[in-house]
Each structure stands twice: as C-alpha cells, then as structure tokens.
Design a protein around this ligand. Sequence first.
Ligand SMILES: *Cc1c(COP(=O)(O)O)cnc(C)c1O
Length: 392
Amino acid sequence: MQGPREEMIPAAKPQLGDEEIAAAVRVLRGGRVVQGPEVAAFEGEFGALVADRSCVAVNSGTSALHLALLALGIGPGDEVVVPSFSFAASANAVRLAGAEPVFAEIDPDTFCLDPDAAAGAVGPRTAALMPVHLYGHPAAMDRLTQLARRHGLAVVEDACQAHAAALDDRPVGAFGDAACFSFYPTKNMQSLEGGMVVVPDQAHARTLRLLRNQGMEQRYENEIVGANMRMTDVAAAVGRVQLTRLAERTERRRAHAAVLDEGLRGLAGLVTPPVAAGARHVYHQYTVRVPGGAEARERVRAGLEAAGVGSAVYYPTPIHRLKPYASLGADLPVTDRAAAEVLSLPVHPALTGDDLVRIVRAARDVTATAEPVPGERPGEPAAAPGTAEVIR
Ligand SMILES: *Cc1c(COP(=O)(O)O)cnc(C)c1O
C-alpha cells in the first residue's frame, strides 16, 4: 500500500550536522590535530555519563577493549568468558590481548550474557568476564559482578552499544573494573571512529594512557611497551558535540521503541524485545524475534523492504561459528536460535511520527499471514525460559 515515491526508511542513520563539521574545521584550522586539548576535554566531559570514573580516549571501541584487557594484566594463559552473540570485536580483543575467549550462552529475552551460563564457563584459567550490553540493554551486572567477586575475576564491560544505559539507576560503565565504549558512526553517539575506556582508579587510567601512546607519558621516556591508539583532536571535537546531544537522542530512541512496542505487541509472527526489571534500555537497536528461523525472518525482512522499511540482522553468524573461533567447538543452542531469529527495525532518532506509523503498519502487514509457531504463544518470548524477570 506504499506510495511509490515514499522514501526508504533506513535501518540506521548516523547523525552528523553543521555543529560537528564546524568543530572539526575549528580543530583543523587550529593546527593541533593529534591527541591534545580536545581529547582531554572529551575525556572529562564523558565522565559525567559514567559516575565520574576516569576516562581514556582511544581510536576505536576495539582498541578500548584490547587496552582494557592489557591494563588489567590479562594475556597468554588466561581465559575470558564472553557471549558469542555479539560483534566479533568482543572476542577479537581477547585474542589480540593473547588470551582465549570462552563463549557462554545469552539470556533469550535480553540477548545479554546469562549469569548462570557464565558461572558454568568459569574454570581454573578464567581471568575475566566480558558482558556485552547488547543492543543497548544492560547485562545482568548485579549477578555478574557477584560471580566475578566470588571467583576473583576482573569484569570488562563491552558498553560499545550502550551509552547512557543503566541498571537500577547505575550507569553502564560504572560496574566493571573497566568498561569500553565505541564512537563508530552508527553507534548512539560517534566521533567518526573512536572509543573510550572507563576505569574506577587512577593507576589503571595511567597505564591505559601509556598503552595508547607507545608507553610514554614524557616524550621518549618510554616506560612500557605500548601501541599508537590515540584519538585525534578532530574526532574528540566531533565526539564532544555528539555528547551534548546524547540525552535528547536517547530519549527519542526510547520513545520510538515505546511506539513500536505498543504497535507490534501480540503479533503472531513477531516478538517484541522484553526489558529486564530495573533496566534502562537505550535501544542502539530495536531487535525483534521472528519465530521460525532464518527463512521466516528473511520473508519478513524482504516484505518490510518492499514496503519501504529497512531492517538488518545483527548478527547472522554468532562469533563461535566464525572461522577464527569455530575450532573451539562451542555448543550454544540459545545463541544459534537468536542468530536465526533476530531482526532489527529502525529506531534511530531521525525517525518521524509518519515513519513510525509506516514501520508498524508494514510489520503488521508482513506478519499478518504468518502461522503461529507450534508451542509458542504470539507476542510471548520464545519457548526457552527467560530470566529477564529474575535478573533482580
Ligand atoms: C561496535 C562494537 C565494538 C567495536 O567498536 P569499534 O569502534 O567499531 O571498534 C565492540 N563491541 C560491540 C558490541 C560493538 O557493537
């Protein structure tokens, strides 16, 4: 029923406006483009998001994860418990640090690391847990930090998709021994490319500043082996502008998600994303399940596209099935099922009211013909027992 001239609603839409461009030009004209005063200011301002913890800016979220592990002394001989249902960067950072990922299952409702599965994955070599706040939903940090304390493990939060998310009013990034954010263009805020490591103590912050800059604090007085993972001042200037918009844009994402929840609840062919008690979801993605697997999902995706609604699959292949990790032989049926069922609908801040009406109408149309999957009630989470309600 779409008019042929209606524009496609993109699944994601990075926001980059005149103010960011002006900030970048100001830095370029100033001549000090590498890590300098803009980076320092960005680090200070970002602290407000993470309970005033120390912030160290780097050139990507992946670098943030890599350096966080190095700063915590995690390396060869160590294992890190990671969900397989994430972007490959989560596990890649572990391997780059010289450690081994051990993949654990997710909660089927929140798509985040399942604390019971994480407990089962802990062994004599385990050095850390790396929960991922996937899609902007906070992982069950209360139970995961308890587990870590019980076994003397470090916790590295992968908060790359979860700027300003929270659990029981505590912001993500303020739970772990380190937390990592990404400022890639499609994330909830961006700096072209960029990342931030957040730590509770000055000693680790100093180590991180050394690691990102060849091990130097004073030029040519190299104290340790380090890399060049500095953020540029151009990137930091863009990030600072984006940070001023984050609160408003996050509220727009949350409001859009509420409209989608309302419009899509109870459909036979689609399950809306539940939110755990106490969780503040920031909807980096609004991810539904299409029960019935990848073919049913592809029909929905194609039907939405025909109606002018973009959607995307994050992630079609879980990390444990990617080439570098397949030989570990992890067996993760909850993760496999999520990878076959998830579909992310547009939720970004640029959506209009009309866009939301079109998304809801298109999703209702394409799922109206779907048969309920036997054993599943429409609009309910998939058959595997969810733990969202018992996260706290
Ligand atoms: C984006 C992302 C990363 C990596 O961030 P980059 O800035 O792209 O290096 C890591 N983990 C997750 C979950 C991400 O979404």
